[in-house]
Design a binder for this molecule. Structure first.
Ligand code: OFO
Length: 165
């Protein structure tokens, strides 16, 4: 049985994962609108991944006798100045999520909730992967620049990455 304070924090994380999913889905619409079809597919696939992050937490809370609570979810940003700005935003967002996961792990550990601490290790590893992934995309766009031809190839690359998501 989880402590009430822990359940509350896990519920906050459930909402953050929902927000991540909505943010990436919204970003996919921007990409589609600007003709970046590969990027759109990539963001859509990533939105689905975030839904899985949400479900994993949801299941954990209910399996441990808690009650998952879905609160209001803020509307995500819908306009971006460029594809690079969009991916910079994903990287900053993932860094924020990593900080939230670290905070959760800290709370679990210091309150001797080792079950939750253990459960959160999956998220710790996942955040490492997510930051690495988004950083590699940001780096690539910065490297090739943002003219039409360069972005065309970036978009093709993202399409390939989307199929591996
Ligand atoms: Fe992108 O890792 Fe969940 O939020």
């Amino acid at each position: 049985m989880l402590a009430a304070a822990m359940i509350e924090k896990l519920n906050e994380q459930i909402n953050m994962e929902f927000f991540s999913s909505n943010l990436y889905l919204q970003m996919s619409a921007w990409c589609e609108d600007k003709g970046f079809e590969g990027a759109a597919k990539f963001m859509r696939a990533h939105a689905a991944e975030e839904m899985e992050h949400m479900h994993r937490l949801f299941t954990y809370v209910s399996e441990t006798g808690g009650m998952p609570l879905l609160g209001a979810i803020e509307a995500p940003q819908a306009e971006f100045p460029s594809l690079l700005a969009l991916f910079e935003h994903t990287l900053e967002h993932e860094q924020m999520i990593t900080a939230a996961i670290n905070q959760l792990a800290h709370t679990a550990f210091t309150s001797q909730d080792y079950s939750t601490f253990n459960f959160l290790q999956w998220y710790v590893a996942e955040q490492h992967e997510e930051e690495k992934l988004f950083k590699s995309i940001v780096d690539k766009i910065r490297l090739v620049g943002e003219d039409g031809k360069a972005l065309f190839f970036i978009d093709k690359d993202l399409e390939v990455m989307a199929s591996k998501e």
